[in-house]
Design a protein around this ligand. Structure first.
Ligand code: NAG
Ligand code: NAG
Length: 436
């Protein structure tokens, strides 16, 4: 009897928990388990009801140092070993243990429901896709890390995609977690990111009964295609690198007649908010938070941060939301950060706010909008947030590469000049010596 009572109690409790109104969601990506994770305090202080991992939840693979010479050469035409190698199952387990027992994260797990997907480094290997051998083992380890029950369907499918619905009817938030790894074709193939089974599942999820807000979590950026402006210097992973797949995603969302779909993403080691106004009838936001510990400005000395900020500002963008709420002029943020979605359900219309926040909890980039959302700006004849990066004029699009080539050229000319002067001084001196 007591057992039955407990069962009834726990059942009704779980139903009640499912239906509690959710208005505070935090998310993040790229957490090095062995580096200090100071950001958790700010996340805990925000008191999120839900926390979403966006991948690189641990750095599972091993990274060899850049080496041009010696026995194990990781770069150059004579490189003989890969720079990244997968860890053994035991190593992965121990890394997950370090991550899970971090005191700040442990505290977060006590106050928030934690869900998540993965990216390349916790999948097992830098930039890896469907070809990666360790994917099934690592799927099990990742779902253990997230405490997914043993009978959870996620444990039987190929890939970690999943969906959750929070809140009471009429005020529901649906979170769709994508798996951008398990089925991904090679980069530059313009093949698939999600694979057939996940596409079928996603269509079903998007056509399921309506929710006030639908959040699609993707480890890699959906809206921004920075590579179009950083190539050929360097490239990053994003949906933009798979243009056909990206088009398919936007048209699936558009055809689903679901309103208020937005993206959250990680991966790039900086934070930014972007929007695309020509994918559906309303602005599609992508709030990128990266990383919880791994951030671009952390890899160089602080007196050089201004250079990175300048380069971020120089690199053109067509989708980034530029407003007065940004900490830096570029509206990117290269220090450790987390993302925040807040919903004021009592406002009329319902108010939505998106933020990237730094380790002391301060907003470094933010957008406030409402439900139902204002129409896309292109409808008013403006073309903002509509044109692709690849359609920028050549000189604008390649500004970074031009600046880089120009700096290299200047450096070479200066060096040649110095060399020439040195030689002519020597020649003069020699002549003088001979004469003497
Ligand atoms: C993680 O942090 C440790 C300690 O700071 C460092 O040695 C290691 O290289 C970092 N790993 C990555 C992938 O950055
Ligand atoms: C994104 O940039 C890459 C690299 O320049 C390009 O190949 C691709 O077509 C772009 N995608 C979109 C959707 O513009």
């Amino acid at each position: 009897m007591a057992l039955m009572w407990m069962l009834v109690l726990s059942l009704s409790f779980s139903v009640a928990a499912e239906e509690a109104l959710v208005s505070r969601i935090a998310f993040g990506s790229c957490a090095n388990q062995t580096s200090p994770q100071l950001v958790w305090d700010a996340i805990v202080n925000f008191k999120p009801q839900v926390f979403i991992w966006l991948g690189d939840n641990i750095y599972g693979d091993l990274r060899r140092p850049f080496k041009l010479f010696g026995k194990e050469r990781t770069i150059g035409p004579w490189k003989n070993v890969p720079r990244f190698v997968p860890s053994s199952e035991d190593e992965m387990l121990s890394k997950y243990k370090t991550a899970k027992t971090n005191p700040g994260y442990t505290q977060l797990r006590r106050i928030a429901k934690v869900i998540g997907t993965w990216n390349d480094h916790d999948y097992g290997l830098n930039d890896a896709g469907k070809e990666f051998q360790g994917k099934d083992t690592n799927q099990r380890l990742m779902l253990d890390f997230l405490d997914e029950p043993h009978d959870n369907p996620r444990r039987k499918q190929a890939g970690v995609y999943a969906s959750y619905t929070f809140g009471p009817e009429g005020r529901q938030i649906k979170v769709i977690l994508l798996d951008t790894r398990y089925h991904r074709d090679p980069l530059r193939s313009d093949g698939t990111i999600l694979g057939n089974a996940q596409w079928t599942w996603l269509r079903k999820e998007l056509n399921s009964p309506p929710s006030a807000i639908t959040i699609i979590a993707s480890s890699i950026q959906v809206v921004s295609n920075l590579s179009a402006c950083t190539g050929p210097l360097f490239y990053m992973e994003s949906w933009g690198r798979f243009p056909t797949e990206r088009k398919r995603l936007f048209s699936l969302i558009s055809n689903s007649k679901r309103d208020r779909v937005l993206f959250i993403s990680g991966d790039v080691h900086f934070g930014e908010i972007t929007r695309y106004d020509c994918g559906t009838g309303y602005p599609l936001y992508d709030i990128t938070s990266s990383g919880l510990t791994q951030a671009v400005e952390k890899v160089i000395p602080s007196f050089l941060h201004f250079v990175l900020r300048f380069l971020a500002w120089v690199t053109p963008t067509t989708m980034r939301v530029m407003n007065n709420n940004c900490k830096h002029r570029s509206c990117t943020y290269g220090q450790p950060n987390f993302g925040v979605i807040q919903v004021n359900w009592d406002a009329n219309p319902v108010e939505l706010s998106f933020e990237v926040r730094g380790v002391s909890g301060e907003a470094v980039s933010s957008v406030i909008t409402s439900l139902p959302e204002p129409e896309a700006s292109n409808r008013k004849g403006k073309q903002q947030y509509c044109s692709l990066e690849v359609d920028l004029p050549w000189l604008v699009r390649h500004r970074l590469a031009i600046l880089f080539s120009f700096s290299v050229a200047v450096a070479i000319v200066v060096q040649l000049g110095v060399l020439y002067m040195a030689i002519s001084v020597m020649v003069k001196c020699l002549r003088k010596c001979k004469l003497d």
